[in-house]
Ligand binder design. Structure first.
Ligand code: ADP
Ligand code: ZN
Length: 442
């Protein structure tokens, strides 16, 4: 496969023996590691011990991957209930790093890593970089946010592990990003797909084209994006764009990654077991059938979640991939089982907006309109006025709107435009209320 500026080699592996292991070998690793992890969490994590006892599952009942279905599920609420350290399976003195999800006030969760966990994370991110054709000679421009968010430091670690020239730019200051890209000769860009689009537009605005920069590849993830968006980014930046999937709870970026075949993302099965379940019944569904993605960590020391329900909907295939990798492939997430929205990288639940409105004395007649303008997500909340909250002057209305905007910003950490509308003007529904109008086409 050739791209515009470079020749990408198929068959590039970071840890070839692992990435191309036989199914038999993968199952062997998974059996051993799952058994060990179950033992460790039973001994060290109250919640798991209690859940297994309640379900009548003994440590000895878990002898292989096939027994995983006997284990209880874990969900985001469990992380909140045990916040901050209740699910850690090692003593804090052995933890060398903490990360938190971009989750907003009151919803934040925290995860931890031992040095060994970080080493594994570096390796799986290096696998991704090598899989797309990157080498030590590349200059890897990391524009994911650094800090508690896993994106920045995750790919940073992979890039350093590979031995590439790592450029830890972090997010923001777009004009500077482009100057750095141009002057330093960045060849690989890592960021969210929406930021990649924005960078592409900004390049144009500065009167530059893809030929003025040296980018060859991009690794984009942390939010949903479409094939159309991929084509758009590739054209604007003159690169080949790859998808990367991950979540803070399980590790961060690199849980699954695209190879040059670009037909699904290989799940790093030596470290994570993926299951697809029917979200209603919890029963496993076969290859090729849509369901909720569930992950178990089988080599993590500090924060090994078992059967974690991601709420992402996807499908998997065990069919052989032409790249030679044997790890199962998962589709792009095709939606969520909950109504979480990702707005400019921040997780937003409509219920949080509802909470603000109710706290401020408004009726729960509202609609959330999400759009993407100039490649940035916009959030508008339309709220009905009622007899308690009413004004018929422009200044009166705008004062009320500003107060709500501020309250939403402070609870969600994301700016929203509030528009007060006249009483009874939001269409009532006979079934479920239509709360969200997402115009982003992603
Ligand atoms: P954050 O990364 O914003 O701190 P999370 O770790 O909770 O918060 O984000 C993980 C979620 O992001 C996933 O469960 C999924 O919904 C979404 N996500 C991550 N990578 C991708 C991707 N490549 N495509 C689509 N959605 C993704
Ligand atoms: Zn492949």
């Amino acid at each position: 496969m050739k791209d515009k500026k470079g020749v990408a080699k198929v068959g590039n592996y970071w840890q070839q023996e692992i990435e191309t292991a036989s199914r038999e070998q993968i199952t062997k690793w998974q059996n051993e590691r799952l058994v060990n992890t179950v033992k460790r969490v039973y001994e060290n994590v109250d919640l798991y011990r209690r859940r297994m006892d309640e379900a009548g599952v003994k440590v000895e009942d878990i002898r292989s991957v096939d027994d995983i279905v006997k284990l209880p599920f874990t969900c985001k609420q469990d992380l909140r209930d045990t916040y901050p350290y209740g699910l850690f399976a090692v003593d804090l003195k052995d933890v060398v790093r903490l990360h938190a999800s971009s989750g907003t006030t009151g919803k934040q969760i925290v995860v931890g890593y031992t040095q060994n966990d970080l080493d594994i994370w570096d390796d799986i991110c290096a696998r991704q970089l090598v899989a797309i054709g990157a080498t030590k000679a590349d200059k890897i421009h990391v524009s994911y946010g650094y800090g508690l968010f896993t994106g920045g430091l995750g790919l940073h670690g992979g890039s350093q592990r590979l031995g590439a020239v790592t450029i830890p730019v972090s997010s923001g200051n777009t004009a500077r990003q482009i100057t750095i890209m141009k002057d330093f000769g960045s060849t690989v860009l890592c960021c969210t797909p929406s930021y990649a689009m924005y960078l592409g537009e900004s390049l144009e605005q500065q009167g530059l084209t893809a030929d003025d920069i040296s980018l060859k590849y991009g690794i984009f993830g942390a939010e949903p994006w479409t094939e159309e968006m991929r084509a758009h980014i590739e054209k604007k930046l003159g690169i080949k764009a790859f998808d990367i999937y991950g979540l803070t709870e399980i590790m961060g970026p690199g849980v699954a990654y695209e190879c040059q075949e670009q037909s699904g993302m290989h799940v790093n099965e030596d470290h994570f077991i993926i299951e697809i379940i029917n979200p209603e019944t919890g029963e496993p569904v076969p290859d090729g059938e849509k369901g909720e993605i569930v992950f178990s960590c089988i080599s993590k020391e500090a924060f090994p979640l078992l059967r974690y329900r991601t709420r992402d909907i996807g499908v998997i295939t065990h069919q052989k991939c032409a790249c030679g990798r044997t790890f199962v492939r998962m589709s792009k997430p095709m939606g969520r089982t909950d109504d979480m929205l990702i707005i400019r990288g921040v997780n937003v639940f409509p219920s949080q907006i509802e909470t603000v409105l109710l706290q401020k004395g408004y009726s729960p007649n509202y609609q959330i309109i999400v759009d993407r303008v100039n490649n940035l997500d916009t959030l508008e909340v339309q709220v009905e006025m009622d007899e308690n909250n009413f004004s018929d002057t422009v200044t009166g209305i705008s004062k009320m709107e500003n107060a709500l905007q501020e309250a939403i910003k402070s609870l969600l950490g994301v700016a929203a435009k509030v528009k007060l509308v006249s009483p009874k003007s939001i269409e009532r529904s006979i079934g479920k209320a239509v709360r969200i109008i997402d115009k982003r086409k992603i």
